[in-house]
Ligand binder design. Sequence first.
Ligand SMILES: C[S@@+](CC[C@H](N)C(=O)[O-])C[C@H]1O[C@@H](n2cnc3c(N)ncnc32)[C@H](O)[C@@H]1O
Length: 182
Amino acid sequence: MGIDQRFTRHFAERFSGLNVLETCTGAGFSTISLARTAKHVITVEIDESIQKKAISNIRKAGLSEKVSFLLGSILETETIKKIPKVDAVFIDPDWAVTGPDHIYRFQKSNTQPPADLVLRNMLNMTDNVAIVLPPFISVEEFEGLPEHEREKLCLGESHELFCLYFGDLIKSLGETEFRVTE
Ligand SMILES: C[S@@+](CC[C@H](N)C(=O)[O-])C[C@H]1O[C@@H](n2cnc3c(N)ncnc32)[C@H](O)[C@@H]1O
């Protein structure tokens, strides 16, 4: 699964030529798009079996030389210490921790890793951060964040995701839209 490749390719355009930290790897679909445009990607994943799938997917895509894999939690100092200086960060937290009663929220986030916490931590590392979020979050929850672009990503008429961009990744402040017409 993972994010639609038309969206990951779109995100990746903003990371062209950069040294990028990605969290979290998952099966590596966004990593593949990032690796195609970025100078280099270091990608962090907490689950070893999932990381193995990503390593295999990235090998099949012929991109192994562009990607370094780091096993660990992005919330742990031990993991952070192993990350070299990067130009920008791409965050894709896990919203699949859901059941029918899952409440989508950003503040005091119930994702893994918590979206609000990981965003704050990454903004301490660099100003240039993008975070992918589900469409069900009330935009009032983004109030108080540093200035950013809030992009609505749509497949046809369906709003699929938000992506918030900070720092040099911003193209235009405020709300923007990217629509894939099928
Ligand atoms: C939404 S998936 C990433 C999907 C990926 N971007 C893709 O396009 O294939 C989120 C991943 O975050 C991982 N994860 C959860 N908590 C984490 C943490 N604290 N540190 C690093 N990775 C974590 C999960 O194991 C899961 O694989």
